[in-house]
Write a protein that binds this ligand. Structure first.
Ligand code: GDP
Ligand code: MN
Length: 380
């Protein structure tokens, strides 16, 4: 779960990281009022859950009230990478002496968090990372010991930060680690962390992602969740407690169990196809969940065939078959449907689906091959 910049900034500030003065606005009028209170210049920042807002025109430093009005209206009626902008953060404009990148992410391959810094942060950090990777400094953190202050100092040294700034940089890095750990984050990032013309540090941007699997013990965040800013399919899936991830292929997958879902996707790929999604309906899925899942899959216009792969254990195949029937009544099945049911009550399940316009398969390989052929529009 990703937080908006203004939400992350409040958390960062609570943990001692300095942030610019600022407030949230929903209308150009509110933006003007805030600008009057905090004084010009101000920065208007689109609050969308997407990076690269600066380059997409979602961040503007403005110096007059007239500009506040014009730019606030423009940003509030714009879309940034398909996300409509609903809210603006109006921050006090800062004169920048240096932009630094500082972030902590989970390094899954090493099984450790890694703290990353660069003395030249800002909107071109990706370009720096690809052209001059040696300028991006990484230090891995032992999760049982935590970030040590000497590691933060070494980081300051390696990014060539002037010595007078080391102490404060170290404090900010330690706070960022504390935040990462306290909130079960998968990413906590400040880009840019700036030194202003008075030599003071300020986090001009803030990104915080919370591990979805930790939300059961990070309940405060559930209220912050901005469903309108997430993809509608993923929000819908969450409502029905389905694990759904949209992908780029054209074969929809509806599977019970995360492991079987991944095996299904691998098999589709092995047969030369591309899955349109990952979808695990979970154990004991009832017909309501199955029909919701099928509708979510079909709402993706790229989908050309749908493969349902159920291994009935706790989930009974007849229950799934009933879900399919309900879904078939509610949605127009515009693409071929391939169903493989094995395990508990498989025969009843297949019986229930008789007379429907679906193709049944016995093995996963057979089902995947059928789904790939059908998706490519060839006759079998
Ligand atoms: P992002 O593009 O989504 O990462 O948005 P950021 O919040 O990082 O803003 C993009 C860029 O705008 C920053 O890297 C800064 O260079 C610039 N910027 C943001 N706030 C200010 C500010 O207060 N003053 C100045 N001069 N530039 C700013
Ligand atoms: Mn940024």
């Amino acid at each position: 779960m990703r937080l908006h910049e203004y939400q992350a900034k409040l958390i960062f500030s609570k943990h001692g990281i300095p942030i610019p003065q600022g407030r949230l606005a929903s209308t150009p009028g509110e933006a003007k009022q805030i600008a009057e209170e905090i004084g010009l210049p101000v920065v208007l920042k689109a609050q969308v859950l997407s990076g690269g807002r600066g380059k997409a025109g979602g961040v503007r430093l403005v110096k007059t009230m007239q500009e506040v009005q014009v730019e606030a209206s423009r940003i509030l009626s714009s879309q940034i990478k398909d996300f409509p902008v609903r809210k603006l953060l109006v921050d006090k404009g800062v004169e920048i002496r240096q932009e630094i990148y500082l972030g902590i992410v989970s390094d899954r391959s090493k099984g450790q968090p890694v703290i990353i810094a660069c003395g030249d942060g800002g909107i071109d950090i990706e370009i720096i990372a690809s052209r001059t990777p040696e300028r991006i400094i990484k230090t891995w953190i032992d999760p049982l010991i935590g970030l040590r202050s000497y590691q933060a100092r070494e980081l300051a040294n390696e990014i060539d930060l002037q010595k007078e700034y080391w102490k404060e940089f170290q404090q900010i890095a330690m706070s960022l680690w504390q935040i990462f750990q306290t909130y079960d984050a998968t990413m906590a990032e400040i880009n840019p962390l700036v030194i202003n013309n008075e030599g003071k540090f300020l986090a001009l941007d803030a990104k915080l992602s919370i591990d979805d699997n930790a939300l059961m013990r990070q309940r405060d965040f559930l209220e912050l969740r901005d469903l309108s800013a997430e993809s509608p399919e993923e929000a819908e899936a969450r409502k029905f407690d389905l694990s759904y991830v949209k992908l780029n292929g054209n074969i929809g997958c509806l599977v019970n169990g995360a492991g079987l879902a991944m095996a299904t996707m691998d098999t589709i790929k092995k047969c030369g196809g591309e899955p349109a999604n990952f979808l695990d309906i979970g154990g004991g899925a009832n017909s309501e969940k199955v029909s919701a899942a099928l509708m979510i899959i079909l709402s993706d216009p790229k989908v050309r065939s749908v493969l349902i792969n159920i291994f009935g254990g706790i989930t009974r195949c007849d229950e799934v078959a009933r879900g399919i029937l309900i879904a078939l009544q509610e949605v127009y099945m515009r693409v071929p449907l391939i169903v493989r049911l094995v395990g508990t009550n498989a025969e009843e399940g297949i019986e229930i689906l008789k007379g429907q316009d679906q193709i049944t398969a016995t093995t996963l390989l057979e089902a995947a091959q059928l789904a790939v052929t059908k998706a490519s529009g060839e006759e079998i």
